[in-house]
Design a protein around this ligand. Structure first.
Ligand code: DOR
Ligand code: ZN
Length: 345
């Protein structure tokens, strides 16, 4: 049995760092594993202009521990007021690596998002022209649509049309959760990809709802039924480079998750790579971890693969029960679970 596993240093292609004091927890937790991360812009107020992204980037960099090499890859939050000039400026900045489409109301801090994704064709056109990828939260938002059907409907109603009209636009289907989402990526070319979270790989809706509600497994898009989980697993285990690592690590204070109306988001950063390694090993495909975690993401974004490495060692460790941060308590995803892999020191 392999006792250590050395990989090209991985990157996280989708996460939420939050802001302020929380950065002193989230940034080191990610930077101890990943060299780069795509940083989601759903702050209050959101990151809508290049100047906002620049200032947020500086706050993140200030929280990187001394001696650690970490690069935040910034994202603009698309709103009804975003202009083609905003896109051009972002593309020229060198620090913005994509624009996030949040349908308004789809998730945490998405109220300023786009009301009708079919009404911003000029922005997709600008992104295609300037080479800025589109990162999609792919769910419709109408309250009468069943939450388990929202991803499929988004694809049918909006995404197929966007894909067809802008063939040179890079599209990332963020945190894919359904067979239809997987199929959408597989049906298209190498400019279409998806990020995959540990929870959507390792869990299905039974883990959220059977035997009691488990708020720490609640995220959006919500966990789906097992057959959808299996289709995501098969895509990832096949080594298809269009599916790569994006944790969607998203901390919320414990009292906001263990609540009558609990927040969506799993704080997976502290255990992210051991979790993914455990998944690949359980499926006999540990050899596929490096592509997923370290190669396919930079290849898709047109960035160099990292030159350094990271080593995991086979040594049991327990995901912490809780973490104190910014005056609150966080419960990391899979708290208390014993994993067979840990980061080597
Ligand atoms: O579960 C989620 N949490 N999904 C998202 O799309 C947003 C995220 C957050 O910011 O908390
Ligand atoms: Zn997210």
């Amino acid at each position: 049995m392999t006792d250590t596993l050395t990989l090209t240093r991985p990157d996280d292609w989708h996460l939420h760092f939050r802001d302020g004091g929380m950065l002193h927890e989230t940034v080191p937790a990610t930077a101890m594993t990943f060299r780069r991360a795509i940083v989601m812009p759903n702050l209050t107020p959101p990151v809508v202009r290049t100047a906002d992204a620049r200032a947020y980037r500086e706050r993140i960099l200030a929280a990187v521990p001394a001696g650690v090499d970490f690069e935040p890859l910034m994202v603009l939050y698309l709103t009804g007021a975003t202009t083609a000039e905003d896109i051009a400026e972002a593309a020229a900045s060198g620090i913005v690596h994509g624009c996030k489409l949040y349908p308004a109301g789809a998730t945490t801090n998405s109220d300023s998002g786009v009301r009708d994704p079919s009404q911003i064709m000029h922005l997709y056109e600008a992104m295609e022209k300037y080479g800025l990828p589109l990162q999609v939260h792919g769910e419709v938002t109408e309250s009468h649509i069943d939450i388990f059907d929202r991803e499929k409907l988004f694809i049918d109603r909006y995404l197929l049309d966007i894909r067809r009209r802008f063939p040179a636009l890079k599209i990332i289907f963020e945190h894919v959760t359904t067979r239809e989402g997987v199929q959408f990526v597989q049906d298209h070319d190498t400019l279409t990809a998806a990020t995959v979270t540990p929870q959507h790989l390792m869990m299905n809706r039974n883990d959220l709802l059977a035997g009691g509600i488990r708020p720490h497994n609640y995220c959006l898009p919500v966990l789906k039924r097992r057959e959808h989980q299996e289709s995501i697993q098969a895509a990832v285990l096949s080594g298809d480079p269009r599916f790569f690592l994006g944790t969607d690590s998203a901390p919320h204070a414990r009292n906001k998750k263990e609540a009558a109306c609990g927040c969506a988001g799993c704080y997976s950063a502290p255990a992210a790579l051991p979790l993914y390694a455990t998944f690949f090993e359980e499926h006999g495909k540990l050899d596929k971890l490096e592509g997923f975690a370290s190669h396919y993401g930079p290849d898709f974004y047109g960035l160099p693969r990292n030159a350094d490495t990271l080593t995991l060692e086979r040594s049991e460790w327990t995901v912490p029960q809780h973490i104190e941060a910014d005056g609150t308590t966080l419960v990391p995803w899979q708290a208390g679970v014993i994993l067979p892999w840990r980061l080597a020191h």
